[in-house]
Design a protein around this ligand. Structure first.
Ligand SMILES: Cc1cc2nc3c(=O)[nH]c(=O)nc-3n(C[C@H](O)[C@H](O)[C@H](O)COP(=O)(O)OP(=O)(O)OC[C@H]3O[C@@H](n4cnc5c(N)ncnc54)[C@H](O)[C@@H]3O)c2cc1C
Ligand code: FES
Length: 271
């Protein structure tokens, strides 16, 4: 659909609602109102309430668009009260995508924490779409408890895919949990990729981003190959309002994906 005014949201129905965890839900929209590439984000409007930025969690190649969203405040509270068939608005895409052309032929090391795995799912599905072009995909994903892991219904299938190596950890286990226990850096103890050439991609809460990045730097990844998904409060999404500045960058326009090389000299880049 042609977008006449970049501030005008395109209305679209919620087709399906899938609760993932006690406070995270996937909203599948009825169609794909905007084209996007993995890593780009959209502004989602809840009528009469407002809008907030979210990165699609679905493949850019799917006919429907999905968002996996954590309930944290005004906009997300209102969204969580909506039902299948209700209308939301979407505008975008905003920001720059992951530079997949630089990932070709390489091992890709993806690190996610909590709801930060949502944007990474879109990247992962885009890589799967063209799996023969990549050497191997490693995913390391952590959440607070087994209940807080998103995509529990999909992960066992992903773990069966040849050339995908997916490990999980939880901060606190329960009687059903057989896997690793500890924050996500416990599954970064071994980094079985060629760190001199491989890209690594990180998305999650600020502390997780900080400690995971430290570990990846120690492991020897080149700073320009460490891709970080930055989350900042936004308003216009168009590089005009100054809400989303990190150092000299506007996250909405220059990001949301920035490399460690770009942000390492900024004081507290993840806050
Ligand atoms: C590029 C980009 C992509 C994003 N993608 C996703 C996504 O895929 N899924 C998703 O769930 N969120 C995502 N976010 C975060 C999302 O935009 C915010 O959670 C949302 O704006 C909150 O809006 P609200 O009106 O519900 O909360 P507000 O009313 O604005 O905030 C309420 C309270 O929650 C706190 N808060 C706000 N955001 C968060 C947060 N992320 N975690 C914890 N506390 C928070 C605020 O500090 C405030 O105290 C993304 C953000 C950016 C910038
Ligand atoms: S959101 Fe307005 S400048 Fe980035």
């Amino acid at each position: 659909m042609e977008r006449i005014n970049p501030y005008y949201p395109i209305p679209v129905k919620i087709k399906k609602i899938i609760p993932e965890t006690p406070n995270i839900t996937t909203f599948i929209l009825d169609g794909k109102p905007i084209d996007f590439e993995a890593g780009q984000f959209a502004e989602l409007t809840i009528p009469n309430i407002g809008e907030a930025p979210f990165t699609p969690s679905s493949s850019p190649y799917d006919d429907d668009m999905e968002f996996t969203i954590m309930k944290v405040g005004r906009v997300t509270d209102a969204l969580f009260n909506m039902k299948e068939g209700d209308l939301v608005g979407v505008r975008g895409p905003f920001g720059k995508p992951y530079p997949l052309q630089n990932f070709k032929g390489k091992e890709i090391f993806i690190v996610g924490g909590g709801v930060g795995f949502a944007p990474l799912r879109s990247l992962f599905l885009a890589l799967l779409h063209d799996l023969k072009s990549y050497k191997k995909i490693y995913i390391r994903y952590g959440a607070r408890t087994p209940q807080d892991l998103v995509y529990k219904r999909l992960i066992p299938e992903w773990q069966k895919i040849d050339r995908v190596d997916l490990l999980l950890t939880v901060d606190v286990g329960d009687e059903s949990w057989q896997g690793r226990v500890g924050v996500v850096t416990v599954i970064l103890d071994k980094v079985p990729v060629d760190v001199k050439s491989s890209p690594t991609v990180v998305c999650g809460p600020p502390l997780m981003m900080k400690f995971s990045t430290q570990r990846l730097v120690e492991a020897g990844f080149k700073h320009e190959n460490i891709y970080l998904s930055m989350e900042k409060n936004m308003s216009c999404g168009l590089g005009k309002c100054n809400h989303c500045r990190v150092g000299r960058f506007y996250v909405c326009k220059d990001g949301p994906v920035l490399t460690w090389e770009e942000v390492k000299d900024i004081e507290e880049p993840f806050l």
